[in-house]
Design a protein around this ligand. Structure first.
Ligand SMILES: Nc1ncnc2c1ncn2[C@@H]1O[C@H](COP(=O)(O)OP(=O)(O)O)[C@@H](O)[C@H]1O
Ligand SMILES: [Mg+2]
Length: 257
């Protein structure tokens, strides 16, 4: 489904701030699965997503999505195939636009249109039905500007918008990290419901090991741009993963896993 081959990425190449993140990195993601991506802060998780989505370029390597080499596609061209939800609840939505305008924008993703023609009246009932699946009453607030929604409501809306065109790949980057525990659980459950009913191939970076173990079909753990753990659901417990995080000596960790 997604194949990353021999990926190399260095920030600030040739300067004193040069930082090699990936060096011949390889990863394959299976269709329809939710793969949890774990790893310490700064190990390259978001960089990987930025490279996959086209927000960052890389020096070497091939990214193939559904059999198609997407290396030369720009970020906005990849957006047709790749949905993304960020940690910041404002990143995936336009806060000063209404719910209806936001949804209409996602619906017209990658189409050419004028803002005046953004809203298609004959689509409103369809949007209301989609919004109802969130159970947040947003279908009755179509004309409310998104800035008045709570963080959980915004993330749920972002999720809906990222998946409404059924992307080939969904990238979730700590999308519940900014939410309180109760809202985070609600958004996670909504996430799982959405991706499982639509069978959306998902990569989910998570700060929360328990969520990753509970909701992912597979767990991949990175350390300094390398995969140090790659297991199926049920093959590892939350406690075992936490003990890996807590081990200081990552060198011996690589041998132990
Ligand atoms: N655009 C950038 N320019 C320079 N360095 C960056 C950039 N983006 C990320 N980095 C650095 O790369 C490393 C990995 O960052 P990131 O992928 O965001 O880590 P995380 O695993 O926490 O998501 C960090 O040291 C970060 O400072
Ligand atoms: Mg990150």
């Amino acid at each position: 489904m997604l194949i990353i081959e021999n990926l190399s990425k260095t920030f600030n190449m040739g300067t004193e701030y040069e930082l090699n993140i990936f060096n011949n990195f390889n990863l394959q993601i299976k269709e329809g699965e939710c793969t949890g991506i774990l790893g310490a802060n700064g190990c390259g998780k978001s960089t990987l997503f930025n490279i996959i989505s086209g927000a960052l370029t890389h020096e070497k390597g091939t990214i193939t999505l559904k059999g198609k080499n997407i290396n030369n596609l720009k970020e906005n061209e990849r957006a047709r195939y790749i949905g993304r939800v960020h940690q910041n609840p404002s990143a995936g939505v336009s806060p000063s636009l209404t719910i209806l305008e936001n949804i209409s924008l996602s619906d017209k993703k990658c189409e050419k249109f004028t803002l005046r023609k953004l809203i298609r009246k004959n689509k409103i009932e369809e949007y209301k039905e989609i919004l109802k699946t969130l159970d947040l009453g947003l279908e009755d607030k179509l004309n409310t500007e998104v800035k008045y929604l709570s963080g959980g409501q915004r993330q749920s809306l972002s999720l809906l918008m990222a998946t409404m065109k059924k992307p080939d790949l969904l990238l979730l980057d700590e999308h519940t990290a900014a939410l309180d525990p109760k809202t985070s659980k609600l958004v996670m459950e909504k996430t799982l419901e959405l991706i499982k009913t639509q069978k959306i191939t998902t990569m989910m970076i998570s700060h929360n090991v328990r969520d990753a173990v509970k909701y992912s079909d597979r767990i991949v753990m990175l350390d300094r741009g390398e995969i140090i753990l790659d297991v199926r659901k049920g093959e590892i417990t939350e406690k075992e993963i936490l003990s890996i995080y807590n081990r200081r000596n990552y060198g011996s960790l690589r041998e132990a896993v």
